[in-house]
Design a protein around this ligand. Sequence first.
Ligand SMILES: [Zn+2]
Length: 324
Amino acid sequence: MLKYVTFGVKVQLNVHDLNNEAVAGNVTDIRIMDFLDENGEKREAPAVSGRMLKHWHYEAMRHLILNGGYSSLPLCNGCRMGEPIRPGDVRSETLVQIARPEGNSVSVCTICDIHGYLIAQGAQQEGERGASARRTSRAMFSWLMPVLGTDFSSKQVVHTRVSQQQAMAEGEGAAQMIFNKSYASGIYAFVSALDVERIGLVELNLGTNKPYAIEDSDRKQRAKVAIEAYRYLISGQMGASLSHAIPHTQPIEILAAYSETSPLPFPISPIYNDYIKEYKGLVPNNTSILLWNQTDEKVEGVTMKSTINEVFAEILDKLASEEK
Ligand SMILES: [Zn+2]
């Protein structure tokens, strides 16, 4: 079975506000990050944190489970409601964090299993055996950063929002709320890794010789939904302003690597020029590297795919395979 998958994604995003994380008054400013270019010189540009990417991966999984034919996969009430309270359940009509043994948290929720959690002090205790306070994420994300050597820009624009209530109270004109918002454009990359083998695995195994809390068939379904969710990230389906600022997205290059025998090193980032060659030289034997690119340019030593869907199809095929 598939043990580990990594992605290196390069996309052009035009006019996005994916990283509106810094809000001050009526100005929603774009997040700017410092980094070094290939000459080691300091640059700054709009960037999106890995927390945000992970959040939108979570949203895609949640959406697929609730509406996309994965209804057999369980979710705790926190993840079902899209709240960051994990693992969550409703007690006295309030959503609260529940501390229970890791195996229980894993079996009752696909997202708590895959994205992990950190239980705060004061969470409601449940179960007799000691509850594990944290579970590390099986899905890991870098920041979304501009590809070195490419242009990027951001621009602040003025929006007006009309308040109906104020308009009635004060007459036309008085009700226009003016606010500024920044939008950015650029060619960006991120890397991500999915530790398929540890989906369903209970780290703190108290006295049982069953490493997994769920059946193999369930582990495969959970891994499948986690892999499928990457399609949405690649399409730019992330950000808090999708109702009025879907980014103009153009995938440029998708590298995916998988192994059926061991964990993999993280991909060299596509922000660098020779990342494919360098990654090929880094991965252990028995790693398969798949590559799709917009220009159909062949790269030696990797399996070229003519559509992004073919990349996903091969990975999902290996996941479904019964061979050990
Ligand atoms: Zn959950």
